[in-house]
Design a protein around this ligand. Structure first.
Ligand code: PLP
Length: 396
């Protein structure tokens, strides 16, 4: 098919040419005296992205899922009790992992379309007088439903309950796109991956652990080997890895971090909220459809899940967009399969890239019998963006 593929799934995201070029390198010796220059630069710049001075970033050759497992197996003992909430496919999978690894999980069940319920976390923590809950799990951005949660509010719940549990945050589809504050929110483990806001291919699990988490790992008895924090921290101290790292991915990561820091993190966050605002204008005001996220407080600035009218099929829209218009949209997963399609708007993106996603979604919906007003999405997004200040360095 002539022309390019338009990739608007919420990860993997579009990899900027600058990063692709940085990754086109010959292999080199990962034990050479030169290698630490590369690894230490990546680790130092990651600290800025996690907003931490005391935390330790760790890069695993995995994806976000590996970092979920690392958090659980490094910091906890077999059978430990954890508190989590479930409101989408990814929060479900994390709970499922906890159960499969033999942890006791207290699950706060939440309607899909809402986010982490801070007041219910507080209740559960306050009721746990003996402090048997060892870790609190929260997902900052549920990618399956396009729902954002307030991590600071979960921190406050822990503080208000004077509860010492560790705080694990899944920031897979939030980090480097929306604000994340490791130190200020006293997060003990932040879990992320390379293929979303970091604008890289999938392949790196990018995580950050607090001093408290590392101390817990020293005495925690859950068996682990490949994902052992301490092996990684010891090797990283001199700039090396306990096993063979992916050299192109590290060059790519170095470039990605450089790009994010050149733009400025606060500018990156503004750009994401600005782009997301235009996409939401297309959905809500243009097409007059609903988001899966039920209220503005839950709206995600990285992915929008568009509910299709009842009696129509979101999966058919996705299939039509892909086969007819070369546009990749995100699928409805599990409980919401067929009920929605998702537009990813994170990572390297600007207004006109999203215009392609909006226009393509509109054509695919019309082809599938969904009666949106032709051109209404593009018109609403255009009005939104033209009325607001452009992101910094928008056309550098
Ligand atoms: N958590 C969230 C919120 C995600 O969106 C994803 C993947 O999309 C994951 C966890 C799992 O990450 P990965 O696919 O990188 O293993």
């Amino acid at each position: 098919m002539a022309g390019r593929n338009f990739l608007f799934v919420p990860g993997p995201t579009n990899v900027p040419d600058r990063i692709l070029r940085a990754m086109a390198v010959p292999m080199e010796d990962h034990r050479s005296s030169k290698f630490p220059e590369l690894s230490q630069r990546c680790l130092a710049d990651l600290k800025k992205v996690f907003k931490t001075t005391s935390g330790t970033p760790i890069i695993f050759p995995s994806s976000g899922t590996g970092c979920w497992e690392a958090a659980l197996t490094n910091c906890l003992n077999p059978g430990d009790r954890v508190l989590a909430s479930r409101f989408g496919q990814f929060t479900h999978l994390w709970v499922d992992m906890c159960q499969r690894l033999g942890f006791e999980v207290d699950v706060l069940e939440v309607e899909w379309g809402e986010g982490a319920p801070a007041e219910r976390y507080l209740e559960a923590l306050a009721a746990d007088k003996k402090h048997t809950i060892r870790a609190v799990l929260v997902c900052q951005n549920e990618t399956a439903t396009g729902v954002n949660s307030d991590v600071a509010a979960i921190r406050r719940a822990l503080d208000d309950a004077r509860h010492p549990a560790l705080l694990f945050v899944d920031s897979v589809s939030a980090l480097a796109s929306v604000d994340f504050r490791m130190d200020e929110w006293q997060v003990d483990v932040c879990i992320s991956g390379s293929q979303k806001g970091l604008m890289l291919p999938a392949g790196l699990g990018v995580t950050c652990v607090s001093e408290k988490a590392l101390a817990a790992a020293k005495s925690a008895k859950y068996p682990r080997c490949y994902f052992d924090y301490q092996d990684m921290v010891t090797a990283n101290a001199s700039g090396y890895f306990p096993y063979t790292p992916s050299i192109p991915m590290l060059y790519g990561l170095r470039e990605a971090l450089q790009m994010l820091l050149e733009e400025g993190l606060e500018n990156v966050f503004y750009r994401h909220s600005y782009i997301a605002g235009g996409v939401r204008a297309a959905i809500l005001e243009g097409w007059k459809l609903k988001l899966c996220a039920r209220a503005p407080r839950w709206y995600s600035d990285t992915v929008s899940a568009v509910m299709v009218p009842s009696g129509t099929d979101g999966a058919a829209v996705i299939a039509r967009a892909f086969t007819r218009y070369n546009l990749a949209l995100g699928a409805g997963l599990s409980k919401v399969a067929g009920k929605l399609f998702r537009i990813g708007h994170l990572g390297d993106s600007n207004e006109l890239m999203l215009m392609a996603a909006i226009a393509g979604s509109e054509m695919a919906m019309l082809d599938c019998g969904i009666k949106v007003e032709p051109g209404s999405g593009v018109a609403a997004a255009s009005a939104f963006w033209r009325e607001r200040p452009a992101p910094a360095g928008a056309h550098a």
